[in-house]
Write a new protein. Structure first.
Length: 274
């Protein structure tokens, strides 16, 4: 995974990342909004419009118009907006952006949809010849989805796999058991040759998806073992914060609040007998 500054850009023949201006310690360089377009087609898909920032939303539309070769106000330019999950840094602007574009918002959680169409495991979303396959990857949140673009052998992972560092299992909505199963599922797609690239929701693209998934699975196993060891040292009734301070000594304390969410998920997983 790259430590270089990230600014988005074009990837493959079908993906453009428009980086949102909401960088912070949780969003890394900002939210990656993805514009997907089949070469020669007259419409695009937009994944995770991100924050309600007028300049960012204008940049998304301008990118789509450039790809299609038309005016930003052209009807049908955006076929649909898709959400990887409900967190505000991905979904906040979805409704207003879709309403302005004259399209719907498709999400697993009905509360975040605009229009009648939902989104779930096994769905295939099309736009001008482009195919996007929906893969359920719960764990970071209960409604987390990934989007496979077979023509690029790329998977858009939202916050399930990041381009830099590792993600949070956002307990109690997120669950560690579900997250580990989602990592296994993505790993299997890599092993089957269906996925080479990760196009994440934050941070740079990953050209070796299999290596990234290997690292993610190993990291989770190591952290879980560290939490088990911490309970032996601190006692089974140790608080999540005590466990964080014992286990996450290698992590900047500014991230301990996020780490505590993952620790809560790890403790729930262990206490449920895995």
């Amino acid at each position: 995974m790259s430590d270089q500054p990230w600014a988005g850009g074009s990837f493959g023949d079908r993906g453009v990342c428009v980086l949102a201006p909401n960088a912070n310690y949780m969003t890394l360089d900002g939210t990656n909004t993805w514009v997907l377009h089949e070469p020669g087609a007259d419409s695009c898909l937009v994944i995770d419009p991100g924050p309600s920032d007028p300049g960012h939303l204008e940049a998304i539309t301008a990118t789509a118009a450039r790809l299609v070769g038309t005016d930003p106000d052209a009807p049908g330019l955006i076929a649909s907006v898709l959400l990887t999950h409900h967190h505000a840094d991905h979904s906040e602007a979805a409704g207003e952006f879709a309403a302005a574009a004259g399209c719907g918002v498709r999400a697993l959680d009905p509360a975040y949809r605009l229009g009648s169409e939902g989104l779930g495991e096994g769905d295939v979303v099309t736009a001008g010849g482009l195919e996007v396959h929906v893969v359920a990857t719960p764990g970071h949140t209960a409604d987390s989805l990934s989007f496979l673009v077979p023509a690029e052998r790329a998977v858009l992972t939202g916050d399930t796999v990041l381009g830099r560092g590792t993600t949070v299992v956002a307990h109690p909505d997120g669950e560690l058991g579900a997250y580990l199963a989602s990592l296994d599922r993505l790993h299997a797609l890599c092993e089957a040759g269906e996925v080479t690239w990760v196009w994440p929701g934050h941070g740079p693209v990953i050209p070796d998806a299999l290596a990234a998934l290997d690292y993610y699975r190993q990291h989770r196993a190591e952290r879980l073992a560290q939490v088990e060891e911490a309970l032996l040292v601190l006692g089974l009734d140790a608080s999540p914060r005590q466990v964080v301070e014992h286990v996450y000594v290698d992590v900047d304390p500014v991230l301990w609040g996020a780490a505590e969410l993952s620790v809560r998920a790890q403790l729930a997983y262990l206490r449920a007998g895995r």
